[in-house]
Design a protein around this ligand. Structure first.
Ligand code: SAH
Length: 391
């Protein structure tokens, strides 16, 4: 096999990453760097055997992202159309229950560094690598053809893009996208903010957990880290009163708007630091029948896992202490660096310190539209548990 200067040649360790089911090959495992611009490149091992095609990112530590194991594949408009169509088809079962969900979850869908979320008739995409950027046009075309979207917005403001040598920007790629989009989810309506909201406008990954908690909620409920009230709206259907708590006044303003949109008058918005609030309620002897803890990622990097664990344990311990007998706590972590086993150990320690008998009622993973691949840990970050204070 003739090696061309536009090909990538990878080390044995690099090749093993692909045979082990992981799509990334790092810079240190690229023995011949392709001489062309970011795009799709052919990848060979050091003996000249063809391994397939990958996205090429010259500036990044993640040099190659596997697209196709088939050396005969052609990464053209048709290829993107087929791969994207497959991802969208997987989501068909969700369409009845919600009008907002993820259509493409990057590596989880075999479309590395590409995310796409649907909000009703509009799409929000994230193109997170230089190689992927070179296919912006066929991706937008395929999405438009397959979904008939009225507009496509790129929330390319993710930090990852800097490491790829790409600009961070929020730009319209097709049609028009409103500032606010009303979507529904398991019978609840809310306004997503695609241009300015967190992530692509809402936290779609918690949809199934919100339904789960909505089904069991009762009595006095507390939704800490409420953002625009997503859990609170579901709690309010079963609970008598709900406190939606967040440290952001802007988020709570939207939570109040969402409560009104659903005709719910039993949600109180409270602007506070969750750590302080939980401590105060404990001191005041106030208890809750249902509590949700959905904090932001406390562990942003591997080196902060220990301090993050202290934070997670503190809020979980305090929440367990103020649960009424028989009360339920749904607790989550979206820190990639805090794996599932550490999360469960942390909960065990919090339960022990609470001095209560705490039952594990459910452990939750990512929903259908955010596939977590067992061979690609980076596709998984969200884990949750439903706990019951038995007495
Ligand atoms: N539960 C939400 C998503 C939560 S995102 C949903 O399902 O849509 C995390 C939220 O925590 C953000 O809105 C942020 O403003 C809030 N936050 C961060 N630190 C906080 C703190 N110490 N106390 C209270 N809220 C906090």
């Amino acid at each position: 096999m003739n090696v061309k200067s536009s090909d990538a040649v990878v080390s044995a360790r690099g090749a093993r990453r692909w045979s082990g089911g992981h799509p990334w090959i790092y810079r240190s495992d690229v023995e011949q760097r392709p001489d062309g611009p970011p795009s799709a490149v052919r990848v060979l091992d050091r003996r000249g055997a063809e391994l397939g095609w990958a996205l090429w990112s010259p500036a990044s530590e993640i040099s190659l992202r596997l697209l196709d194991h088939d050396p005969a594949a052609r990464i053209d408009a048709e290829w993107w159309h087929v791969r994207i169509a497959r991802a969208i088809a997987r989501r068909a079962p969700l369409a009845g229950a919600a009008s907002a969900f993820r259509l493409i979850h990057g590596e989880g869908d075999g479309l590395p560094s590409l995310n796409c979320d649907r909000y009703d008739r509009w799409l929000v995409v994230q193109l997170a690598s230089a190689g992927l950027e070179s296919f912006r046009a066929p991706i937008v075309d395929a999405l438009t053809e397959l979904t008939g979207a009225s507009g496509i917005l790129a929330r390319n403001d993710v930090p990852l893009r800097s490491r790829e040598g790409l600009e961070r920007e929020t730009v319209l790629l097709a049609g028009d996208v409103p500032r606010e989009i009303e979507v529904h989810e398991n019978g609840v309506r809310y306004l997503a903010a695609p241009w300015t909201g967190q992530k692509t406008g809402a936290f779609l990954d918690q949809r199934e957990n919100r339904r789960l908690v909505g089904e069991v909620a009762r009595g006095e409920a507390l939704d800490c880290f409420s953002y625009h009230g997503s859990f609170a709206l579901h709690l309010a259907r079963g609970a008598s009163r709900v406190t939606a708590l967040d440290s952001s006044a802007a988020a709570l303003e939207r939570a109040a708007g969402n409560a009104a949109l659903n005709g719910l008058s039993n949600i109180d918005c409270v602007e506070a630091n969750a750590f302080d609030f939980l401590r105060q309620q404990q001191r005041a002897g106030i208890s809750y029948d249902t509590i949700v803890l959905d904090p932001p990622a406390f562990a942003k990097t591997r080196s902060t896992v220990n301090s993050a664990l202290r934070g997670y344990k503190e809020i979980n311990l305090r929440a367990l202490r103020i649960l009424a007998p028989g009360g339920l706590l749904f607790t989550a972590s979206c820190s990639f660096h805090l794996g599932r086993s550490l999360f469960m150990e942390m909960l065990q320690a919090a339960a022990a310190d609470s001095g209560r008998r705490v039952a594990l009622r459910a452990v939750t993973a990512q929903p259908l539209d955010h596939p977590e691949l067992l061979t690609v840990p980076e596709t998984g970050y969200l884990k949750g548990a439903l706990l019951e204070a038995m007495e």
